[in-house]
Design a protein around this ligand. Sequence first.
Ligand code: NAD
Ligand code: ZN
Ligand code: ZN
Length: 398
Amino acid sequence: MRAVTWHGRRDVRVDTVPDPVIADPEDVIVQITSTGLCGSDLHLYEVMGPFLSEGDILGHEPMGVVAAKGAAVTALDTGDRVVVPFNVSCGTCWMCEQGLHSQCETTQNREQGMGASLFGYTALYGQVPGGQAEFLRVPFGNRLPIKVPAGPPDDRFVFLSDVLPTAWQVVEYADPPRGGSLVVLGLGPIGDMACRVARHRGIETVIGIDLVPERLTRAAQRGVTTIDLRDSGKDTVDAVRAMTHGRGADAVVDAVGMEAHGAPFGKVAQRLVGFLPDALAAPLMRTAGVDRLAAFQLALALVRRGGTISLSGVYGGMADPIPMLQLFDKQVQLRMGQANVHRWVPDILPLLTDDDPLGTEGFATHRVPLEDAPDAYAMFQEKRDGAVKVVFDPAMNG
Ligand SMILES: NC(=O)c1ccc[n+]([C@@H]2O[C@H](COP(=O)([O-])OP(=O)(O)OC[C@H]3O[C@@H](n4cnc5c(N)ncnc54)[C@H](O)[C@@H]3O)[C@@H](O)[C@H]2O)c1
Ligand SMILES: [Zn+2]
Ligand SMILES: [Zn+2]
């Protein structure tokens, strides 16, 4: 089959690789019909090289049709239409029963000291082959895939794999009061969808901040008050205070993560790590000052005293100082983590109806052949051509 594979920093290719096979009676093989490109994939593309091996198959936002199933799979039949969550979670362990699927005890990566495995996401998370491919092996066939109805186009459902539950969780964790205020930092797919979820849930003041014009416009078109960081600079805090009774926002979502603009030293350190041999770079990525906390610092400045910061952006490393004094003094609550996809599916599925209140059907800006992955990764990273959300279609010809 054809699959998107990692070969080095900013080097992804589409290769012919062996088809996946059923290795366990509970496996299903899904023929992929749509598969997303995520901001998290950009971390693999740019800085996470030490944790990847050449040829690793990328991607964690797939959906498709069950092509084959193991003998123990009773919940699905071949031909069923399914979305595959980005967490590889068993659905039956203690953590899964708490709704903490990203901490699944069956797939936790204990030797790495990390949580549940993820599709297509490095040796830290199980080195599981990913879903930017023609076919995907999915374990826990009775529990993990989400069955969706035939009929509506893929775009209605594909974002259930990651974007929708991530945006839902980040707003749930932010927990702004109805009628209250929420700032969303970063208007990529996650921040954009978080704004939509917040508006849908009746949050009165939703303020979106970014520095890419098309992303700001997209959010503004859906009733979000936007601030362009390039214009507002140091006045951003004052601008938000002016809209929030002088106090700051009830809650702030950080949907930026570790490649934030505005932290030049972190960027140099990340580049340096990119040139080191893996054996030296991997421990550095975990421990040295390669973080880029710019967005987090801004979140802390924007949240009101006693408010909440909810992080969806992925962070790594340990050396950048966390401003404990300010966090403590402002009495800030901090929530974060990978999204527990299945935890939110019952809340979200009923919204993927004909009136599509979250606008899933128009959400992707680009639908392209799988063969175009190298160009699409570059376009998405450089935020060119209005690219906000790219979906690959393995059946489309390049
Ligand atoms: N927690 C989870 O389960 C989960 C799931 C999916 C994605 N993520 C993470 O969420 C983050 C966002 O994902 P995405 O797909 O939307 O990525 P993205 O890279 O498309 O979006 C990030 C946005 O932040 C903006 N930005 C950069 N610096 C900024 C700053 N200082 N202030 C405000 N905005 C700034 C960028 O212009 C961009 O639009 C990534 O870190 C990704 O890894 C987490
Ligand atoms: Zn993702
Ligand atoms: Zn589990």
